[in-house]
Write a protein that binds this ligand. Structure first.
Ligand code: HEC
Ligand code: HEC
Ligand code: HEC
Ligand code: HEC
Ligand code: HEC
Length: 478
């Protein structure tokens, strides 16, 4: 049985961690069992184009939360305790460009006016809070048949259906942004009165832990054929498979300690990588919580928090986190409330060079191979924000970002030595200080001419992975 004690290994100060620290080590709440009672449904998305310049859209999202363990009965998110307890949270995130790479450019109401608050990010999606600290907000409206149409199969009774609307202005304006993605994320609270849990698994008194309900996401078209039916199949290329991640991320000991399940950001974003990539896009760094050192920082932490931005682009961050035993430089991300997250101690419990531990490898073609698809963006290492002075200014315009060209960004996330980076620049044509508009123009990566399939330093062969080229042992015959 997976018990909540394993959560201590997460880098977040979960309520239960505090409980354990206080000496109540006998608490064994099975939060993942509790989570299996919550299914987030994005039932329909409807889009209306508005006659504005730049082009804006009204995006209307219909959603519900059902209990798959109890005949899909809908949760009453306005009144039932798990949603109206302190700490409960639910948010809709609306991002765009799933087909190439998420950028979310224009999410600040279509403007490039800098953001000013600690916690503001350079390339966030549009965020629509639904429940904040146990209170259903006015943005969420309970559906009538007139608002929401007929019930859908995930919630056939049509009860406890809600909708929220948001005006979004995706840039660049015009026809280049064709699709978006909506996520529903956040968590109920294990607060002692869950329906249908004999015996009730929640602690009898506060602090009550977050229930890591799986986040949900769907893609939608900005130009749907009928306004009410904007949901379309997933637009993004498949790269990794979460079931491969779960071989380790299962709350069990893999020889290097307990590997937590994929629940991040205080239990708000769980077990769905299609949600992570909306925010962990190439234009995103850890600038939100960077600032000048303050008196309560230790001298060492203060220096780290005030340091240079670190990319949180998934293709860089996930490699770097797991390459703790391989990289020359520590990978340190400044997280919420300016927490210092140093991943240099992570030891990958399997062969790091075997990319298929995470990547999809089908029909002799691995998603880890070069060349990258043309739409893959370079990774921002500097957003041109100013975060050390009294007037904070987070730059949300990606066109001035300083970037690493994309293949070099991927490979240098593990191969980070100065010699190899210099090889990437001199032999490979890469840059570690360029802009997106220069990539493919004055900066042209030539990696695939030597590291492409069948070439002398083929990525697959160099990492000693079987199969490939249509003749390998791993090849499927479909
Ligand atoms: C072979 C085992 C293994 C596989 C496969 C694996 N991981 Fe990990 N991962 C680890 C270990 C070990 C850690 C470090 C855990 C710790 O120290 O808390 C880790 C840490 C992480 C962290 C940081 C967790 C935190 O709490 O800060 C993230 C995020 C992560 N992995 C994502 C992924 C994703 C996404 C995949 C699949 C694409 C994946 N991992 C596949 C072993 C693995
Ligand atoms: C709504 C946006 C958003 C979503 C969704 C999101 N992240 Fe993050 N994440 C960020 C930002 C921004 C940072 C940089 C530090 C910060 O601002 O907290 C970050 C930092 C991190 C870090 C490093 C810092 C730390 O605290 O450990 C990890 C690991 C991480 N995210 C993993 C994930 C995973 C895995 C998912 C999906 C299950 C996910 N994130 C979903 C925005 C998001
Ligand atoms: C611990 C899991 C993990 C391992 C091991 C891993 N990768 Fe990745 N890789 C990822 C994740 C996560 C992404 C980003 C996925 C996304 O954006 O959806 C990624 C992205 C990439 C991409 C970009 C693909 C694209 O279309 O954007 C390449 C190339 C890549 N990895 C190469 C490699 C190579 C080569 C290896 C082995 C030497 C490797 N990876 C091992 C997790 C991993
Ligand atoms: C997830 C981490 C990871 C990523 C990402 C990664 N590599 Fe590797 N690579 C390794 C490891 C580990 C080895 C084995 C090195 C060793 O054992 O010393 C290796 C070995 C190699 C080798 C053989 C070098 C030698 O000395 O034998 C080449 C060439 C190589 N990688 C190229 C690449 C290229 C090109 C990319 C980007 C597409 C890439 N790698 C991405 C981890 C990674
Ligand atoms: C002209 C051919 C050529 C080009 C172009 C090229 N490489 Fe290489 N690369 C090599 C050779 C040869 C090695 C050495 C392999 C070994 O040591 O076994 C190598 C090694 C590497 C390694 C592993 C280094 C190590 O020792 O750990 C990485 C990573 C790498 N290249 C990345 C890149 C990237 C990224 C690009 C494009 C920006 C690139 N290379 C372009 C030929 C090339």
């Amino acid at each position: 049985m997976i018990i909540a004690t394993a959560w201590r290994h997460c880098r977040f100060a979960f309520a239960l961690g505090a409980l354990l620290a206080a000496g109540h080590a006998q608490a064994t709440v099975d939060l993942w069992d509790a989570a299996s009672h919550f299914q987030y449904n994005i039932e329909t998305v409807s889009v209306t184009a508005l006659p504005t310049t730049p082009r804006s859209y009204k995006v209307k999202v219909l959603f519900s939360v059902t209990d798959p363990k109890i005949s899909n009965q809908p949760w009453d998110i306005k009144n039932q305790l798990p949603f109206r307890s302190a700490g409960a949270q639910l948010t809709l995130d609306i991002g765009w460009n799933p087909a190439s790479d998420f950028m979310n450019t224009g999410s600040n109401s279509g403007s490039f006016t800098p953001l000013t608050a600690l916690g503001d990010a350079a390339a966030f999606p549009v965020r629509v809070p639904i429940i904040a600290n146990g209170t259903l907000l006015p943005a969420a409206k309970e559906c009538t048949a007139a608002d929401c149409g007929a019930p859908t199969s995930v919630n056939p009774g049509g009860l406890n259906r809600y909708f929220a609307e948001s005006t979004v202005t995706p840039l660049p304006s015009g026809t280049s942004v064709t699709a978006g993605r909506v996520a529903l994320e956040g968590h109920p609270v294990c607060s002692g009165q869950l329906a249908g849990f004999p015996p009730d698994p929640c602690p009898p008194a506060a602090p009550f832990p977050a229930i890591p309900a799986r986040s949900e996401a769907v893609d939608f078209s900005f130009a749907p054929t009928t306004a009410l039916a904007a949901i379309i199949p997933d637009q993004r290329r498949p790269i990794v498979d979460i079931n491969k991640c779960k071989a380790c991320h299962d709350d069990k000991d893999h020889g290097t300690g307990v590997v937590p399940r994929l629940s991040l950001h205080g239990g708000n974003r769980n077990e769905n990588l299609r949600v992570c990539v909306i925010c962990h896009n190439p234009n995103q760094t850890d600038v939100p919580w960077r600032r000048a050192a303050i008196a309560t920082d230790t001298p060492q932490n203060g220096l780290l928090i005030a340091g240079a931005e670190v990319p949180v682009d998934f293709k860089v961050m996930v490699h770097s986190i797991h390459a703790g035993g391989f990289r020359k430089q520590p990978f340190i991300v400044i997280g919420r409330n300016s927490s210092v997250n140093d991943f240099s101690g992570v030891r990958f419990p399997k062969q790091l060079r075997d990319c298929t531990n995470c990547h999809i490898d089908a029909n002799g073609k691995g998603s880890f191979e070069l060349p990258l698809l043309p739409g893959v963006l370079g990774t921002t290492i500097k957003t041109q924000s100013s975060y050390l002075s009294a007037t904070r200014s987070i730059d949300v315009d990606p066109s001035n970002d300083m970037k690493i060209s994309p293949a070099a960004a991927v490979c240098s996330a593990c191969h980070d030595s100065a010699e190899v980076k210099s090889h990437m620049i001199r032999t490979g044509g890469a840059s570690f200080a360029t802009t997106q508009s220069a990539i493919g123009a004055s900066v042209r990566e030539r990696c695939a001419s030597c590291h492409g399939p069948g070439k002398e330093e083929d990525v697959r062969k160099a990492h000693e992975i079987a199969g490939g080229g249509g003749s390998g042992a791993d090849q499927r015959d479909d």
